[in-house]
Design a binder for this molecule. Structure first.
Ligand SMILES: N[C@@H](CCC(=O)N[C@@H](CS)C(=O)NCC(=O)O)C(=O)O
Length: 213
């Protein structure tokens, strides 16, 4: 049985939605951020970065949310959450996954935690935060443009793991000046995906009962 180490609404959310959508048996293990448990000696043995999440799959221990999502998608190909390997559609799927995790997610992390770059200087923190928000917004505009011509989902009519990944990031980005939902095609995708029982179950099991994003 899979084991997902999580904290509510953290980077575990996308893997969690994939576990639910593919109908897996899994155990949730709370990593209590309130107690800094992600930096405990025990946890650092499974993720030396001290970050959440981690997936344990038998002898395999995986960190990085996107890697976990891709592993689950490969393990459960029958669920069809990614196009066939070697096709142009699969290449586009990789493009959007990498874009979400490497570009949008990173700017959102800087926007949420600007002081990690700026240190304690308040003026520098404001500049870093503002810059990250601007770049995150530009990335969201790219997604919006893509969905406008190719939507309603990342891969057209076909649900894929990228859609779950966007839901996870959109939840984090809700306090932005122009949140993801202010873009009509992103809003449509978010409505479609958050209506799925798998997505509702994943967030409920993490203790999230309010609107997802
Ligand atoms: N790139 C990593 C980022 C993981 C990450 O930064 N997780 C956050 C929660 S969303 C975390 O563990 N923060 C606690 C900390 O930095 O101490 C991933 O996608 O798995």
């Amino acid at each position: 049985m899979y084991q997902l180490h999580y904290f509510p609404s953290n980077a575990n959310a996308a893997p969690h939605m994939v576990l639910e959508e593919t109908g897996q048996d899994y155990e949730l293990v709370l990593v209590d951020r309130a107690k800094n448990a992600q930096k405990s000696k025990e946890y650092l043995k499974i993720n030396p970065n001290g970050r959440i999440p981690v997936l344990v799959d038998g002898d395999l221990v995986l960190f990085e949310s996107a890697a976990i999502v891709l592993h689950l998608v490969d393990q459960h190909q029958e669920a069809g959450l990614a196009p066939k390997v070697g096709t142009p559609e699969r290449a586009k799927f990789y493009q959007w996954m990498a874009f979400l995790t490497n570009s949008l997610q990173e700017e959102l992390m800087i926007w949420q935690y600007p002081e990690r770059l700026s240190g304690t200087d308040a003026a520098a923190t404001a500049v870093v935060k503002q810059g990250a928000e601007k770049r995150a917004e530009a990335y969201l505009d790219v997604v919006e443009q893509h969905l406008k011509t190719n939507g309603p989902l990342f891969l057209g009519e076909t649900l894929s793991a990228t859609d779950f990944y966007l839901v996870m990031l959109a939840r984090w980005a809700r306090p932005m000046t122009n949140p993801p939902r202010s873009r009509p095609n992103i809003a449509k995708l978010l409505d479609m995906v958050t209506a799925l029982p798998s997505v509702r179950r994943a967030y409920e099991r993490e203790g999230v009962t309010s609107e997802i994003c």
